[in-house]
Design a protein around this ligand. Sequence first.
Ligand code: UCC
Ligand code: FAD
Length: 583
Amino acid sequence: WEAAGYLPFSRAKIGSFFQETPVLKNPFLEDALLRGYLRRHLPQEAAFSDLCAFGERVANEVDGWGRECEVTPPRLVHFDPWGRRVDHIVTSPAWKRMKDLSAQEGLVAIGYERSFGEWSRVYQMSKLYIFSPSSGLYTCPLAMTDGAAKVIQSIGVSWPVDEAYGRLTTRQPERFWTSGQWMTERQGGSDVASGTETVAVPQTDGSYKLHGFKWFTSATDADMTLTLARAQDRTGATTPGSRGLSLFYGEVSRDEGGRLKGIEVQRLKDKLGTRQMPTAELLLDGLPAHRLSEEGKGVASIANMLTITRIHNSISAAAAMRRVVQLARDYATRRTAFGKLLKDHPLHMQTLARMEVETRGAFLLVMEVCRLLGREESGMATQLDAHLLRLLTPVAKLYTGKQAVAVVSEGLESFGGQGYIEDTGLPGLLRDAQVLSIWEGTTNVLSLDVLRSVARSSGMVLHAYFTHAKSLLAGASNASSLAPAVKAVDGALSELEDFVQIAATRAPGYLELAARDLAYSLARIYTGALLIDHACWKGASSSDTYAALRWCEHDLCPVATKQARGCYDLSTAPLDAALVYDR
Ligand code: UCC
Ligand code: FAD
């Protein structure tokens, strides 16, 4: 043996067995639900061939760039070699390629070209869904860019933002701009109304200069930004709270000496994830800006941006789940344990099937929001659609953000120890998922936004919800294979209606304590109805039916279960606090 050189672990030999790596295949061709959904709603050859070609490019080329972004994170160069302040955020070549690719592929433009009418948003978001986990987080600037274009469109594409609008929505890489969204200051990112200290000093030409400190600004290599500030009156006074906030547009540009105009980049954040992308603290020291909203209407005006970025967030969450499932199922065909492939262990398959069910639910919920957005933007939306869009946007964002962390975490475990190894690329998926429930409104803040949407519409958003969820079930009345799922959703809807009636008679604090469970209930029940509806479509598969049945085994209406246990009685609040601070 020794003479023949067969000793397997001697000197440079490290054994003869090497694990095959999981392979990323075309994410469009690998996704039965995505293709089924599009066959049902957007059966256009042009969309299919574009998504298929893009999927091929993502798997074979773009995914490598995404990895390059992760291992070559941005860095901040404060000074040039001669001591002049330059504040250059140096990004990787791959990050710059992502920008060009995004323009060429129309990843923002598609939403504004509207070539597929009311289904244009579904098409755009399908592309982003395929792209997101390979994008090196470039989906973050794209989300804000899309949000900024939406705000500009809603207030009117005219000076001083007409040029910007053209650049945000172009397909020409050399013209393409990205936008930032600078809302968070040191005093608070959720409570923007109290947290914003930035002042806008009026100039004689009608423009402003902004002075303040923005505590989190992502993708800070952007070309422009939308931001909030308090306009000073003639005496230099500002109005506190939400009523004092206005929306401003500013360009990120440099003077002839190469110095940023009116901005100092204090430092880049050292983050758990999203490391591919710069997130900076910015001192605004006289940033030239234009006011876009009426004075005091800043939050309401930036809400259009929040709607868009929250939808992008939900797409990224569903996409992260889909990616980890795709890789995990591939790995299960390659890895052997206890004498057989992982795919032949029923318990392992059960684990992956549960992840698949969560992923399918998230996908359908998010696509529903995209469908509604597309209807609104193409002038097709009914009042019911508008109410549903308002309610389901925060619901989808908060629910999928949490699901993504759970599913991706389970996904990492399905690779065993390799799931924990940095250069497999897998840990980055988990790190990046963790932010999805924090930025663009935390889970609690969005749960309260759900209550806001109910209050502002005098309950009409809930009326729309019940009406539409029931109509989704109606098509399944003859589908006996789905009967247990239909029964579960129907029963949960009744429980939810009862909850709403009882809650309406309680003190205001009651609903606040129930807000998170209410939002989860809205998400789970509606998703159940969507899965059932999809399983009833003539092109549906037996897996679509199975997924619906499995989803509906969840506690679909946790808010009713907990209400029955007295969880929201006001007496629980001091008990919760006492428990937390028990020493
Ligand atoms: O975190 C960020 C990350 C950037 C990266 C982007 C990534 C995207 C995904 C990428 C995937 C990879 S940017 C910062 C995000 N910040 C937030 O999301 C803030 C979270 N906080 C909230 O949402 C709060 O609820 C606030 C700030 C909206 C609360 O403000 P107020 O002023 O206290 O709230 P009010 O007084 O209730 O509302 C003021 C006005 C009202 O309208 P009017 O004045 O007409 O009565 C509300 O109806 O704003 C309106 N409004 C809304 N309208 C408030 N929220 C909404 C809404 N969601 N939709 C429509
Ligand atoms: P806080 O508001 O202090 O919240 C702390 C906790 O309190 C949370 O769990 C929250 O849910 C809870 N809470 C707060 N209020 C309530 C309430 N009323 N009831 C119950 N619970 C409550 N911001 C930007 O503007 N632009 C950006 O580009 C940007 N990029 C970011 C990038 C990264 C990587 C991260 C992590 C953040 C970024 N942010 C950005 C900031 C982000 O939007 C905020 O961090 C987020 O909105 C939360 O605000 P906060 O950090 O002030 O938390």
